[in-house]
Design a protein around this ligand. Structure first.
Ligand SMILES: Nc1ncnc2c1ncn2[C@@H]1O[C@H](COP(=O)(O)OP(=O)(O)OP(=O)(O)O)[C@@H](O)[C@H]1O
Length: 901
């Protein structure tokens, strides 16, 4: 298609491909591209690979379905594929041409007579051999396509071709061990909508836990009005909306969204945006419905049934402990259909354990088939609705739309004047009632500034109570760990939601958290007990429990929110509305709008600002938080902008600094620390501690999990890990333990396979703390840092890039994820990925070019890739026969612009 577009033979409009060929110009190129296009749909691949015209092509090793595949365990060894071209007919035929279409140069072609179009072979009944000599220098997957062209002798006959696929795989035993456990078979999405149902309640997990923190403030349901769903689904914003029945409501909603956000419309507008988001979530979750699934009794608790849910670990769908799944027997088709509510007791990698009613358990027999519907968790949405109401009730206007100027305190400076000043201003409450914002690029000490400020606040005023929040549990854990370095841990309390899985909680925090050994769960203590702690650390959503527990307004004198750019505004509000006294309390928000932001599903909600965090809104639309037009500086009473990076080597920061921070970021990291790996013997270039290791891997899936993995990349990661382990503490390198290393991968399956590899490579077991080596997604690494960071990008085929974008997963087309991943390393950054695929994204292209220029590139040699123009001109010379593929010719002759899709 690229070739066609390049030669102006095709264009794409609204997702359709139009071929611009005139009937008489039956351009070979056009045919070829159409062939490719149709091959994708599996229509004519058979035709292309079929033996024809009396010619039969066999291969050694034997091909299956037109594809010859072989695996080598050792690199740089010669491997030969032989193509036997047999003329089984009675007449001689011209063997006019053969070539290989490939991206990677790792083989040579050879035949005795050196057949070319200029020097064809007159092939009489009998056979002829073409050899492909492979030498693989790198592990990975190397696909190619062989094209053989023939022309019968009789005058006027048309040339025809036979095609074969080849795939060379070079892998170690580890890769073989990590390979797919079963071929990928996606679940068939079948929508089933029982019209009339009888619901049988299940058993929720909370039943076993006694919560001491009583719920005094009930959450309302905050149901959206029915008309809104219709409006949202049928082009809510469209002027041609068919919904004329309720024009006033439609206009009212539209007006509400189009006017600017003010305290007057604050709650109405956010209620509307949250409703729109909820509607979209309800639509999206239907994609995951399962059909004809079996369940099995749980081995450890016979009262539970386990259900396999591939993708659950990657939040596809998102399922938490306590969530409800609606299950009905597949055979049950007579209405009313019985729906059994199953409550999630435990979420594991690819399965959930569900608590059902006795009725279902008694009737359950193995192999019974069920239809399963997932439901969305309304709890976080309800908390946000309540928070926006409370923001109005408690008159947070001066916090959310600050304007008043407070008195200014002059201060002295220390090692970092900006950080120091920020701490002093926060302690003095100089921005009150307005929030104080701490923003800046990665590693500039935002979290440290908050920690220091909390420490100083509690030192200055022992009666102060602090609520420290972040959107994710990993960011809260980090905040808590850092606080405990400076503050007596007994004064700090880490509060987890009941749904939290204990295995993901850092061991050192458990003791200072709400883990209840006897109840074997996270339990909220009584309000009075909680109120004794000086600092409570929790996610914003769980902070909602404090509001429900009716904490007195103003109990918290300070609310700190880290990673504030990652939360939607109403989520941020949960931590303050109803908790912070707007006149006396100090609200501090830290974050970086260039790092991961909130994930919004509804395009309408996104368009009308739900995706904007409070931090970003204040920075972009409130003059208090913008640079003065006269001085060009921020008002430091309200804003602290940090630009000194204390984390990384300048080579690591270079590209993010250039692409996202206008080169403002300054390197202040400790020289000894940041240069610790500059002389590592495995660096492609000494002094440049960034490696891009090119791998021609394959992004695979297995069984019915939608998540991807790439074993070739894991082999490379393991190789580097081994080298890091062998060299640590030697030749001037610092001692390195497993906890100093982090591995980031964008898909859950890759995370799982890497963890499996870590366990199975015996050499790595010499690291006693191997369990502490964190492997996780970018989201799990936001706010974190390690001496050494390795990134496995996984993606190796273009076909899935759009899917990544649609599901908001993967690295490509997501600058924020790229930025966060690349800025976690202190002394060494190793990125493993497919350079050809990644280079299709402009951001990655810049990073790879940078590594090439600075000689940090290694692995697969980029010079061995065919350049796009060569592939195009080679394609242009191919002839796909008209008579064997006449249906294409027919289609092409119909019109000038034929639409095939
Ligand atoms: N003034 C300082 N002097 C020395 N080291 C510092 C200073 N401030 C921060 N650091 C160190 O810099 C590193 C990054 O700090 P921190 O994690 O607070 O940055 P951040 O801005 O929150 O990063 P991110 O944006 O990635 O969340 C940490 O190792 C921290 O200890």
């Amino acid at each position: 298609l690229f070739a066609l577009q390049k030669f102006n033979k095709a264009h794409i409009k609204q997702g359709k491909i139009y071929i611009n060929a005139r009937p008489q110009v039956t351009n070979a190129l056009t045919y070829w591209s159409v062939a490719l296009e149709l091959c994708h749909e599996g229509i004519t691949w058979k035709r292309l690979t079929a033996d024809k015209g009396g010619i039969e092509i066999t291969t050694d090793p034997v091909s299956m379905g037109g594809k010859v595949q072989f695996t080598v365990d050792r690199l740089r060894e010669l491997f030969v594929i032989r193509f036997h071209i047999v003329n089984k007919g009675t007449d001689c035929i011209h063997f006019t041409y053969y070539t290989a279409l490939h991206r990677i140069r790792c083989f040579t072609l050879e035949d005795d007579r050196r057949v070319t179009r200029a020097c064809p072979l007159f092939l009489c009944p009998g056979d002829y051999e073409v050899m492909v000599r492979y030498t693989l220098n790198h592990y990975g997957y190397f696909p190619a396509m062989m094209y053989f062209e023939f022309c019968p002798e009789c005058p006027g006959s048309v040339p025809f071709c036979i095609v074969r696929e080849m795939e060379a795989i070079a892998r170690t035993p580890l890769a073989a061990e990590l390979g797919p456990v079963a071929p990928y078979k996606p679940f068939q999405v079948v929508t089933y909508k029982p019209v009339e149902t009888v619901v049988v309640e299940g058993v929720p997990p909370e039943n076993s836990l006694v919560q001491h923190l009583k719920t005094a403030v009930k959450l309302r349901d905050y149901k959206y009005p029915h008309y809104l769903k219709e409006l949202a689904v049928v082009h809510f914003m469209s002027m041609h909306s068919s919904l004329t029945q309720r024009p006033c409501l439609c206009c009212a909603s539209r007006n509400l969204l189009s006017c600017s956000l003010k305290m007057k419309n604050y709650s109405h507008r956010f209620h509307l945006l949250l409703h729109l988001e909820e509607i979209q979530m309800e639509v999206d979750i239907r994609k995951y419905d399962l059909h004809n699934q079996t369940m099995a009794p749980d081995q450890s608790n016979r009262k539970l049934l386990t259900l396999r849910v591939p993708g659950v670990a990657e939040n596809r769908p998102s399922v938490l402990r306590g969530d409800c799944l609606r299950v009905s027997k597949s055979e049950d088709t007579v209405q009313p259909i019985t729906v059994y509510n199953g409550y999630v007791h435990k979420v594991e990698l690819d399965r959930v354990k569900l608590g059902f009613s006795k009725k279902l358990l008694q009737a359950f027999i193995s192999n019974m088939k069920f239809n399963v519907e997932f439901t969305i968790n309304h709890f976080p949405l309800k908390l946000q609705h309540r928070a926006v109401d409370m923001a109005v009730k408690h008159q947070l206007g001066e916090v959310l739309f600050p304007s008043a100027l407070a008195h200014y305190i002059k201060l002295t400076l220390e090692n970092n004047p900006e950080q120091h000043a920020a701490v002093q201003r926060i302690v003095a409450g100089s921005s009150k009632p307005a929030p104080h914002l701490v923003f800046g690029p990665p590693g500039t000490g935002k979290t440290i500034t908050l920690v220091e400020a909390m420490k100083q606040v509690s030192r200055a005023d022992p009666s102060a109570h602090i609520l420290a929040c972040a959107p994710s549990n990993s960011a809260c854990d980090l905040l808590c760990e850092r606080l405990m370095v400076h503050i007596d841990p007994h004064r700090v309390y880490r509060m987890y939601a009941g749904s939290r899985d204990i295995s993901s909680v850092p061991k050192n925090l458990l003791k200072y958290s709400n883990w209840d050994e006897r109840q074997d769960g996270f339990v909220f203590p009584e309000r009075e007990t909680l109120m004794k702690y000086e600092i409570i650390v929790t996610t914003m959503i769980t902070a909602g429990r404090l509001v429900s527990g009716e904490f007195p307004l103003g109990h918290f004198t300070h609310v700190f929110v880290d990673e504030g750019g990652q939360a939607v505004e109403p989520e941020c509000l949960i931590a303050i509305a109803g908790l912070l006294n707007p006149e006396q309390g100090q609200f501090v928000l830290a974050g970086d709008p260039k790092q991961l932001g909130p994930i919004i599903r509804s395009p309408h909600a996104q368009q009308h600002g739900l995706g904007l965090s409070l931090l970003e809104r204040l920075m972009t639309s409130n003059t208090l938080y913008q640079k003065s037009t006269e001085s060009g500086h921020f008002d430091t009473r309200f804003v602290t902008k940090l630009l000194r990076n204390y984390r990384s080597h300048p080579a690591i920061l270079k590209i993010p600094n250039r692409l996202f921070y206008e080169n403002e970021l300054q390197v202040f990291a400790d020289q000894w620390d940041r240069e610790a790996y500059c002389n590592w013997e495995h660096l492609p270039k000494k002094g440049f501690p960034v490696i891009f290791h090119g791998v021609m891997g394959k992004d695979e899936r297995e069984a019915n999990s939608p998540s991807f993995f790439n074993v070739s990349e894991i082999e490379v990661l393991v190789d580097y890990l081994t080298k890091l382990m062998e060299t640590q503490g030697k030749k001037g390198l610092p001692k390195l333990s497993a906890k100093d290393i982090g591995i980031i991968a964008p898909y859950r399956k890759q995370v799982e396979k890497i963890q499996k590899a870590l366990k199975s490579v015996s050499a790595l077991s010499r690291w006693s703390d191997l369990k502490e080596l964190k492997v996780g997604s970018v989201e799990e690494f936001q706010g974190q840092e390690r001496k050494v960071i390795m990134i496995s990008t996984v993606r190796s085929s273009v076909n899935y890039i759009k899917m990544d974008k649609d599901f908001n997963i993967g690295f490509l087309s997501n600058e924020k994820r790229f930025n966060v991943a690349l800025t976690r390393a202190r002394s060494l950054l190793i990125v493993v990925g497919n350079p050809v695929i990644l280079s299709k994204d402009p951001t990655w292209e810049k990073f790879i070019s940078y590594c090439v220029e600075e000689k940090g590139y290694t692995g697969f040699d980029l010079k061995d890739t065919e350049d796009e123009d060569n592939v195009v001109s080679k394609l242009a010379t191919l002839k796909i026969s008209v008579d064997t593929d006449s249906e294409w010719a027919d289609k092409l002759s119909e019109t000038d612009a034929n639409c095939f899709k």
